[in-house]
Design a protein around this ligand. Structure first.
Ligand code: G3H
Ligand code: 13P
Ligand code: ZN
Length: 330
């Protein structure tokens, strides 16, 4: 058993309370490898932002939990070496079972999500409560989910979204004891969040998605004043990176994300954690494709991963400063 406290990590309790009060959101960036981790930490140190390092089940399978735990420990030391000790959370994204959550808690994670959102309500309550009871013994915080996002949630794929029902949130939070609640108000996972039919097109032919359901968010906030709310599926799908990918051999058609202004708006509310994975994938893929196409003689991964890492860092800094408002809050 490794406690996250030995690794220099924190749980989400205090940083969420501050974020809800301060009208900003903490970035939850997914990572699977060293370059993503370096970019996240250097961007968050430079902008003095707290950060949630987010590990999906897919990332655990890809990277190995022992390596991930030690990378998170390394992240706290790296931040210190860069000159500023920001709060760092190691969080399980979309935990699918009690066993997965327990394994992460026992392996140094400071926060876990149990995603019972695809289960019938009572089963979601029972499973989430079981995880909370275990996690809280070790001062690990837990995120639950009500409502279903469209797109791919790790290995669970949903065709359509089901918005969170505000009438359920008080009962769910009080019965389970969760520390934060992920809700569904129109975001979705991946780089194709809406079909072309669901969108309008602006003058440049770029798809404009339907607005988030701020009315549902407001109702939830009324029911749970000051309670930490989480938004999944919050990549903005920057068209500059989609364009580079397509220019250099990729085929991403009609990709569309959540406009930054809407995320900024959400961050001012009780939304205190915003999940971003796909944008990192796009930035990295764009820069690697471009570099390799322009340098066909290069076969040193450091050469093509460096510009990818630089682009990631720039993008994360922009999000912390201009979208989430978390810059300067560490
Ligand atoms: O919510 C899903 C995340 O984007 C993780 O995706 O399972 O492919 O790592 P992944
Ligand atoms: P995106 O696919 O929009 O980046 O969402 C990531 C996410 O919600 C991870 O849990
Ligand atoms: Zn998610």
């Amino acid at each position: 058993m490794t406690s996250y406290k030995e690794l220099g990590l924190v749980n989400t309790r205090e940083i969420f309370a501050k974020a809800v009060k301060g009208g900003y959101a903490i970035p939850a960036y997914n990572f699977n490898n060293m370059e993503q981790m370096q970019a996240i930490i250097s961007a968050c140190v430079e902008t003095k932002s707290p950060v949630i390092l987010q590990v999906s089940k897919g990332a655990r399978d890809y990277a190995n939990i022992n390596l991930l735990r030690n990378m998170a420990k390394g992240a706290t030391e790296y931040a210190h070496e860069l000159g500023y000790d920001i709060p760092i959370v190691l969080h399980l994204d979309h935990g699918d079972s009690f066993e997965t959550c327990k394994d992460c808690i026992d392996n140094g994670f400071s926060s876990v999500m149990i995603d019972g959102s695809s289960l019938p309500y009572d089963e979601n309550v029972a499973l989430t409560k079981k995880v909370v009871e275990y996690a809280h013994q070790f001062d690990v915080t837990v995120e639950g989910e009500l409502g279903v996002l469209a797109g791919i949630e790790d290995e669970v794929q949903a065709e359509v979204s089901h918005y969170t029902q505000p009438s359920e949130v008080i009962d769910f939070v009080s019965k389970t004891g969760v520390d934060s609640l992920a809700i569904s108000i129109g975001t979705s996972h991946g780089a194709f969040k809406f079909t072309a039919e669901q969108c309008t097109r602006n003058a440049d032919g770029i798809l404009v998605p339907p607005p988030l359901r701020f009315d549902i968010l407001k109702e939830i906030e009324k029911k749970l004043p000051g309670f930490p709310i989480v938004l999944h599926g919050s990549s903005s799908v920057p068209q500059e990176y989609v364009k580079i990918i397509n220019e250099y051999g990729g085929k991403l058609k009609d990709s569309v994300g959540i406009p930054e202004e809407q995320l900024r708006e959400a961050a001012k509310s009780a939304v205190c954690k915003i999940n971003i994975d796909s944008d990192g994938r796009l930035a990295m893929t764009a820069m690697i494709r471009k570099y390799l196409a322009e340098h066909p003689d290069v076969f040193d991964p450091r050469k093509y991963l460096s510009p990818a890492r630089d682009a990631l860092k720039k993008m994360y800094m922009h999000k912390n400063i201009d979208v989430l408002g978390s810059a300067g809050k560490a």
